[in-house]
Ligand binder design. Structure first.
Ligand SMILES: Nc1ncnc2c1ncn2[C@@H]1O[C@H](COP(=O)(O)OP(=O)(O)O)[C@@H](O)[C@H]1O
Ligand SMILES: CC(=O)OP(=O)(O)O
Ligand SMILES: [Mg+2]
Length: 395
């Protein structure tokens, strides 16, 4: 009996799946959403059963405790010892990790030390890893890095036009994120299109609470919208995405913000959809506000769509044309309206969308039969990629 748990700690969520390996059968899975917001939701599915609990969950450490208690309380496992492998999504691997690795004390420390490169994520990832190393002392623990897939980017894309030594001495470059997801959906898109991945140019749009767009050429990432940290790129749930850095000292002076850490925290946690709308970081609530015609909700929705459209446009240029565009992650998989608004604004590029095909929460090709660029929706499965890597690296 070999069970592997895959842990995907996002900035606002913790997703997990427990697999029977090597069969890849899902024994149980769950998602804890809205971590750090009021009324967090923990959903567990196992067999034909489903349990949903709503309570405030303050951080990822508490989320791990809840999930591990549920596994026993709901009878999904009888003993923690049944779990022989745990795989962890880690957002930042810097230039140290270009592939998945078995976690020992040194690796665990390096992951925690890389927090500068992903301040909202690596601390959560490290907290999850610590909890599992304690709870499952005999299991193999594996880290799977979001940045690994982007290690194929050329210097022309990953370097910033700043003094050379910032890169050579301090590692200032674009690392990107969501790589496991961009890799998975680009491979899956090739399967759905019935073409070899090596021959395809694909733009992948991972749009969740964190969001990034990637240009994938022949299965390799050649550019991506997130940067040195996951703060860059498109507008997100609570993150600003790209902005003019001169705004930072200007606002610090005007608002009397003395500490740069506080300023960065505002850009990470109080900006994006949340900052513009003043309502929520959750696209479901923003969409409701947009539909009701409330001015700040409308602006937030339209800005969000605008930033995604612009990055897709950039990547048509980077790839010199594309065969397919893929939507994935919470918003990309589930929002009929965001996809429609993005595609309707890109018709010049040969994109279209058929409303009847515009699926919610399932995979499908949603463009018309003769569209020059195919549009696909593919639910991402970072957890499966993680579980497979654990299996590969187990002794
Ligand atoms: N039906 C839906 N319509 C619009 N947005 C949705 C829907 N379901 C989920 N979302 C959005 O997905 C986002 C979370 O995506 P997810 O990929 O889980 O985030 P992360 O992994 O970054 O925590 C939230 O903003 C949520 O509003
Ligand atoms: C890197 C990142 O933004 O991850 P998430 O979307 O899961 O918050
Ligand atoms: Mg995510």
């Amino acid at each position: 009996m070999s069970k592997t748990i895959a842990i995907n700690a996002g900035s606002s969520s913790l997703k997990w799946q427990l697999y029977q390996m090597p069969e890849e059968t899902v024994i149980g899975k769950g998602i804890i959403e809205r971590i750090g917001l009021p009324d967090s939701i923990s959903t567990v599915k196992f067999g034909s059963k489903k349990q949903e609990t709503i309570k405030d969950i303050k951080d990822h450490t508490e989320a791990v405790q809840i999930l591990m208690n549920d596994l026993i309380d709901l009878g999904i496992i009888a003993d923690y010892a049944e779990i022989t492998g745990s795989g962890h999504r880690v957002v930042a691997g810097g230039e140290i990790f270009n592939d998945s690795v078995v976690i020992n004390d040194e690796v665990a420390k390096q992951i925690a030390d890389l927090a500068e490169y992903a301040p909202l994520h690596n601390p959560a990832n490290a907290a999850g890893i610590r909890a599992f190393m304690t709870l499952l002392p005999n299991a193999t623990h594996v880290a799977v890095f979001d940045t690994a897939f982007h290690s194929t980017m050329p210097a022309v894309a990953y370097r910033y036009p700043v003094p050379d030594k910032y890169y050579t001495e301090h590692g200032v470059r674009k690392y990107g994120a969501h790589g496991t997801s961009h890799m998975y959906v680009s491979q899956k898109a090739a399967e759905m299109l019935g073409k070899p991945l090596e021959e395809l140019k694909i733009i992948t749009a991972h749009i969740g609470n964190g969001a990034s767009i990637t240009a994938v050429d022949g299965g390799k990432s050649i550019d991506t919208s997130m940067g040195f940290t996951p703060l860059a790129g498109v507008m997100m749930g609570t993150r600003s995405g790209d902005l003019d850095p001169s705004i930072i000292p200007f606002i610090m002076e005007k608002e009397g913000i003395a500490d740069i850490t506080e300023m960065i925290s505002i850009l990470n946690k109080a900006s994006g959809l949340q900052g513009i709308s003043g309502i929520s970081s959750d696209m479901r609530e923003i969409t409701a506000s947009w539909e009701a015609g409330e001015a700040r909700g409308v602006l937030a929705f339209e800005m969000f769509v605008d930033r995604i459209k612009k990055y897709i446009g950039q990547y048509f240029a980077v790839l010199n044309g594309a065969d397919a565009l893929v939507f994935t992650a919470g918003i990309g998989e589930n929002s009929f309206f965001v996809r429609k608004a993005v595609i309707d604004g890109l018709s010049w590029f040969g994109l279209d969308i058929v409303d009847d095909l515009n699926v919610v929460g399932a995979d499908g090709i949603i463009s018309s039969e003769n569209a020059k660029v195919k549009v696909l929706v593919i639910p991402t499965d970072e957890e499966l990629v993680i579980a497979r890597d654990v299996e590969k690296l187990k002794k």
